[in-house]
Design a protein around this ligand. Structure first.
Ligand SMILES: Nc1ncnc2c1ncn2[C@@H]1O[C@H](COP(=O)(O)OP(=O)(O)OP(=O)(O)O)[C@@H](O)[C@H]1O
Length: 260
């Protein structure tokens, strides 16, 4: 469906089940030219195993959002490559990339990004509708049930609490069975308890549905829901923590701040 233009030995094979859900190779993003140029991402190599949950952390301005936008195909790198299940994003034209994002990538943003005129159910089903795909009713029932949205499906976003809106956004991100779900500060607009609940739902998306989750967060406790925390500093990877603890993340963040 997405033919590779490069020789087989230079590119991973798209259908290879061993290929990670997501891979960044030599990823660089530079803004501007000359002395005013800013290198937001300075050569990142990172693989994201299928079904894993990664928290991307680091000081303000360290390049987390830029990295996430590159990984999600929302921005194009200055150098390097992003592959999603072996598909090189650079090999896709604009329209193919838009379709690929809609079908293979799920997004959960801080500002929910639900359409106010649509009901919760219509919001959840929108990406599938735009792709001309039929909803999988069993998956719909499982996701909506486990997110506790069953009695809210007819409500519009304005009639839902922040936590409920965010759960609608999670359901929408899961219904397409995406290769990767990106969450950008998903608990930023929520109170602590509601935020923790939301993190539990992202965890379950990995454990029960086998989804791959990449979450940008400033919150060391949020990172404990992940299998791995990667720390950015000045656009580069500063370190990786497996099975992160809040204390471990705080200490590693302090070291990352120290090298700036
Ligand atoms: N469109 C742009 N044009 C110029 N510079 C940019 C642009 N976007 C980001 N930058 C710069 O790139 C660097 C990394 O920014 P980025 O937003 O990725 O950091 P971040 O770690 O997500 O920060 P925060 O935690 O504050 O959201 C910063 O120095 C920022 O000013």
């Amino acid at each position: 469906m997405h033919p590779h233009t490069e020789p087989a030995d230079a590119a991973p094979r798209p259908q290879d089940p061993q290929e990670p859900a997501l891979r960044a190779s030599g990823l660089v993003k530079r803004y501007g030219d000359g002395p005013a140029a800013v290198t937001a991402v300075a050569g990142v190599d990172l693989a994201f195993a299928r079904g894993g949950f990664t928290a991307v952390m680091g000081p303000s301005g360290s390049g987390k959002s830029t990295l996430m936008h590159l990984l999600a195909g929302l921005d194009t790198p200055t150098a390097g490559r992003v592959t999603v299940e072996g598909h090189d994003l650079a090999a896709l034209g604009d329209r193919e990339l838009t379709a690929f994002r809609r079908e293979r990538i799920g997004f959960v943003f801080q500002a929910f990004n639900l359409l106010p005129a649509l009901t919760a159910e219509e919001n959840v089903l929108l990406p599938l509708r735009l792709s001309g795909r039929r909803p999988d009713r069993a998956l719909f029932d499982e996701v909506v049930g486990s997110l506790g949205l069953g009695d809210r499906l007819g409500h519009r976003p304005g009639q839902l609490s922040g936590g409920q809106q965010q759960r609608v956004a999670v359901a929408r991100a899961l219904l397409t069975r995406p290769a990767v779900v990106f969450a950008d500060e998903p608990t930023g607009a929520l109170d602590v308890a509601t935020g923790r609940e939301l993190l539990g739902h992202l965890r379950q998306a990995c454990d029960r549905l086998g989804r791959t989750v990449v979450m940008v967060t400033h919150d060391p406790v949020a990172a404990t829901y992940a299998d791995r925390a990667v720390l950015m500093s000045d656009g580069a990877l500063h370190g990786t923590l497996d099975a992160p603890t809040a204390d471990g993340v705080v200490a590693a963040m302090a070291r990352a701040e120290g090298v700036r």
